[in-house]
Write a protein that binds this ligand. Structure first.
Ligand code: ATP
Length: 342
């Protein structure tokens, strides 16, 4: 069979499948019956593989069906969230699997970023060290739900104890809390692409998130926030495109280059394809990196069919899903597919 580009029907699948079609590939969407109508309605999938749960992708029969279609899988956020165990995924997948594992582990992520030389929010190893605003992230709190902001050790224990009482966390979680300096500023997500074919880092799109309830707090007067004990949560509802003040781009490029350099040392052959640097710019316009994703992020969906940056670089409609497919096409022509697929 000719190559099919395939992905799970969620997250950035419209982006990935449309991009594959724009580059002339056949596509396959792996999804649940309920979501099928979305992908059908946009006409981005040539084939569907219906599963009852995304983790069925690990099922041997499903994998056989996809192998039969000569599928190259493009991983996105739902792969980490719903599947996790890449070891039993015996299908060609775009990108460096090992880095996707590094990204899911907070300590390894910090090691990677620190070695890259980027500025990061300070990490407090004990609640007693908290001074000024701090954000507390409990393990298992997904998508920023269950994070909270405190300004003293006392407040940390007060809120944590309350959470234990409510059964939201266990007693032992308190010891494993990740406590970081809270950076007050503008959140900026940079979506880069590292191209093994061209040997270069490309900026494809920039976005920020629209979060519930963090982005709603400004609508409620502070007095009512205190009275109703309202705390921000960070459930992502959508994304906005951003164009950065141009003089700040250099910080992002320096970060990207450092991150790619170190990726080669920690997980050979290093970064392949899409990655996202998640940052906050403070009042002095200094960039703090608080997270990295080693795959396409949903924020790149704001860059379809093009972002100002990808347009300047390519002079045509270019977006992350299409950029991935373009790289696969170029690599196939140059007999380099082995360098993109693991
Ligand atoms: P995802 O994996 O989907 O990105 P997550 O659960 O890992 O989510 P984070 O991205 O770490 O969560 O953080 C969620 C929210 O918390 C983001 O909006 C981010 O701006 C905010 N946040 C995280 N760390 C800090 C920090 N040190 N200072 C200020 N805000 C922060």
């Amino acid at each position: 069979a000719n190559i099919h580009i395939g992905t799970i029907g969620s997250h950035s699948a419209l982006n990935i499948l449309k991009g594959a079609k724009d580059e002339g590939f056949s596509t396959v969407c792996i999804c649940r019956e309920r979501e099928k109508k979305v992908y059908e309605s946009f006409g981005v999938a040539d084939k569907f593989v219906i599963v009852s749960d995304y983790s069925d992708l690990l099922d041997e029969n499903i994998q056989e069906e996809l192998r039969h279609l000569n599928t190259i899988l493009i991983p996105h956020g739902s792969f980490n969230a719903y599947i996790g165990k890449f070891d039993s995924l015996l299908l060609p997948m775009f990108g460096n699997r090992e880095l996707m594992i590094w990204e899911t582990d907070r300590d390894r992520q910090r090691e990677w970023l620190e070695r890259s030389g980027v500025r990061m929010p300070k990490k407090y190893s004990r609640p007693e060290e908290i001074e000024g605003l701090a954000i507390v992230k409990y393990p298992g709190a997904k998508g920023g739900k269950g994070y909270f902001i405190v300004s003293s050790p006392e407040e940390f224990y007060e809120i944590s104890d309350e959470m234990v009482k409510k059964g939201l966390i266990g007693e032992e979680d308190i010891k494993n809390a990740e406590i970081q300096e809270y950076i007050l500023g503008a959140n900026i997500y940079f979506s880069f692409f590292y191209s093994p074919v061209y040997g270069r880092v490309e900026l494809i799109a920039v976005d920020r998130r629209y979060e519930s309830t963090a982005d709603a707090l400004g609508k409620v007067p502070a007095k009512e926030q205190i009275r109703a004990n309202i705390n921000p949560t960070y459930t992502v509802i959508g994304n906005f495109p951003v164009v950065l003040r141009e003089s700040l781009l250099v910080q992002a490029f320096e970060a990207a280059e450092g991150i790619v350099e170190v990726s080669k040392e920690i997980a050979y052959p290093g970064m392949v394809g899409a990655f996202c640097i998640e940052s906050i710019f403070d009042e002095n316009a200094l960039m703090y990196v608080f997270e990295i994703s080693a795959r396409i992020v949903a924020g790149t969906n704001v860059g379809i069919p093009t972002s100002p940056y990808s347009y300047i670089l390519f002079g045509e409609n270019m977006y992350m899903g299409r950029r991935i497919a373009r790289e696969i096409k170029l690599a196939a022509e140059k007999d380099m597919l082995g360098e993109l697929i693991y």
